[in-house]
Ligand binder design. Structure first.
Ligand SMILES: Cc1cc2nc3c(=O)[nH]c(=O)nc-3n(C[C@H](O)[C@H](O)[C@H](O)COP(=O)(O)OP(=O)(O)OC[C@H]3O[C@@H](n4cnc5c(N)ncnc54)[C@H](O)[C@@H]3O)c2cc1C
Length: 300
């Protein structure tokens, strides 16, 4: 079957593109490799989306999915592994070997969590090593946990966990935070948050599950017992498979302007995965709308 549009990624950018595309009459397939909704699922509460002053990431995504379901959007849960974008008919291949064709493509693959890449990290993934306090925090209720990072996300994760866990050890490699002053203030006032800074994680250790972190501090090696570690050290774009087809900047973002157009006719990029000054829900949603409207115009 030849689709009018294939959208890769079911985060806010991809789902918004789907709303505009379906309302524009496009026969649309959305391919999502993980859980629908993207990164925002990890947010316990968001406060800056216009007209929705206090809503959890999960509730936000639920409303969005209800909206797309009403438009009879076709979604397949498959990870895209190869793209052929240079011809008039574009082809998308997924990890299961399935192939789909369309006249236009919107790439909306967002960002993934950056890893520390130190010994033990891979071994304890899902067994103590997590990237999402809202998803996994309750598993460690009443226990000691650690958070790694010094930006807004790390501090928000630590505050969230401090309401569930016995102690939250906040490990940061510098001696000051990058996060907003208001968040830093809240962290300092929370009695069960313990700061370890400057300190760097050098190993993850345990048997079947994570049991401790080995930290490197100016005073030497320190062992920090912990049931879990929540890493919040930044995000990376998931654009590697595009690099044969499209220009990426030095950090791996697809180079595209506010019109979301790429150098290839019929290929658009939307959301956090493109070069832009602000990566937020509202800018991702705006990109989704713009990219879909460009695809509609191209097809007409
Ligand atoms: C903890 C946290 C809190 C946040 N809080 C806020 C906030 O309060 N306000 C705000 O405005 N923003 C917030 N953000 C940022 C916001 O979540 C992002 O800007 C937004 O989610 C970007 O949407 P996106 O659709 O571009 O990408 P993403 O949300 O990253 O979605 C991309 C989707 O593409 C899928 N995908 C990737 N590669 C493939 C592939 N090869 N095949 C198929 N599918 C693929 C992924 O599984 C994912 O579902 C927060 C982010 C985090 C992590």
């Amino acid at each position: 079957m030849l689709y009018d549009l294939i959208i890769v990624g079911g985060g806010i950018a991809g789902l918004t593109a789907a709303i505009y595309a379906r309302r524009g009459g496009l026969n649309t397939l959305l391919l999502e490799g993980g859980a629908p909704g993207g990164q925002i699922i990890a947010s316990p509460e968001l406060e800056n989306y216009p007209a929705l002053p206090k809503v959890s990431g999960v509730a936000f995504v639920q409303r969005l999915l209800e909206q797309t379901a009403a438009l009879e959007l076709e979604i397949k849960y498959e990870t895209v592994s190869k793209l052929h974008l240079t011809e008039e008919i574009k082809e998308v291949e997924t990890a299961s070997g399935a192939k789909y064709q369309a006249r236009t493509i919107i790439w909306a693959a967002g960002l993934v969590a950056r890893r520390l890449d130190c010994p033990g990290e891979e071994q304890f993934l899902g067994r103590g090593v997590s990237f999402c306090a809202a998803c996994d925090g309750m598993l460690y209720k009443g226990k000691d946990v650690a958070v790694i990072g010094g930006g807004n996300t790390a501090l928000e994760e630590a505050l969230f966990l401090s309401k569930i866990c016995l102690h939250v050890h906040l490990v940061h490699r510098r001696d000051s935070f990058r996060a907003e002053a208001a968040l830093v203030q809240k962290i300092k006032q929370r009695p069960n948050i313990v700061l370890h800074m400057p300190a760097q994680v050098s190993r993850f250790e345990g048997n079947k599950r994570l049991e401790q972190l080995v930290l490197q501090t100016p005073d030497g090696r320190e062992v920090l017992p912990t049931a879990a570690v929540f890493q919040a050290i930044g995000k990376l774009p998931s654009n590697q498979i595009l690099s044969d087809n499209l220009a990426l900047d030095a950090s791996g973002y697809v180079i595209a302007g506010e019109d979301c157009c790429t150098a290839l006719p019929g290929v658009y990029v939307a959301g956090d995965c493109r070069t832009k000054p602000l990566r937020q829900l509202i800018t991702a949603a705006a990109d989704g709308a713009v990219a879909a409207s460009r695809a509609i115009a191209y097809l007409h």
